[in-house]
Design a protein around this ligand. Sequence first.
Ligand code: ADP
Ligand code: ADP
Length: 231
Amino acid sequence: MLKFSNIVKSYKTGEVVVDALKGVSAEIKKGETVALCGPSGSGKSTLLNICGLLDDDYKGEIWLAGKAVSKDKKVMTQIRREKLGFIFQRYNLIPVMSVYENVEYPLLMLNMNKRERMDKVVDIINKVGLKDHISKRPDQLSGGQQQRVAIARALVKRPEIVIADEPTANLDTSTANMVIDLMRDLGNDLGCTFIVATHDHRMTDRCHRVLNLADGNLSAFNPYETHRRAG
Ligand code: ADP
Ligand code: ADP
């Protein structure tokens, strides 16, 4: 489904060069939930931005469904709109828009007619349990509710891949658990592939696979194997 090979990324600030990714490769299957772990500064956000087609300034290749992704900005934007969904640590909802309008927004980008948009938006808002809040603005909701809106917004177009950057970092334990279960259950239902940067063990424990970044290099381990060996 998603493959990236030999991704190299450096940031240059004046004379200072930081090698954020030093040639990382992995292949992620359809429907797989993959946790991307590693200490702060290890390159998680950099890799998510590249896999999310938000950054075209890197060496290496991204493959989606067997096709190499072009670095043409228009092509990247089109693929992003059609096939990718994003969930962020700080929710990134549009403050002046209602829950309904925030969730509808990605569908407006796809030129879908109003009726079809409404069916999809109402359906996913029901699924994340926010039916009674559909007309509210984000500042009228709790953090957990806002993240559920963000999940609905990411999933409403049934994207092939969902990219999530520390989605539970700002949530208390019980809200985080709810958000994790929601992502996993809805994702499974819709057949989405998830790539989730996280430090949260509740999240990594529920993922199929963990990719570990350290100092710009990637290694993989299977959390179940590790638990078994430890136990
Ligand atoms: P993580 O998400 O794991 O915390 P990042 O991908 O944000 O890691 O950062 C990887 C490395 O690249 C760090 O050393 C960070 O300081 C550097 N870096 C990230 N973004 C920039 C940028 N815009 N300009 C310069 N250096 C950056
Ligand atoms: P941070 O990791 O510092 O909290 P964010 O998670 O907010 O940053 O954003 C990560 C990246 O995604 C940034 O490069 C940002 O420009 C981009 N981004 C943020 N919001 C959106 C959005 N709604 N749509 C597309 N790209 C976004």
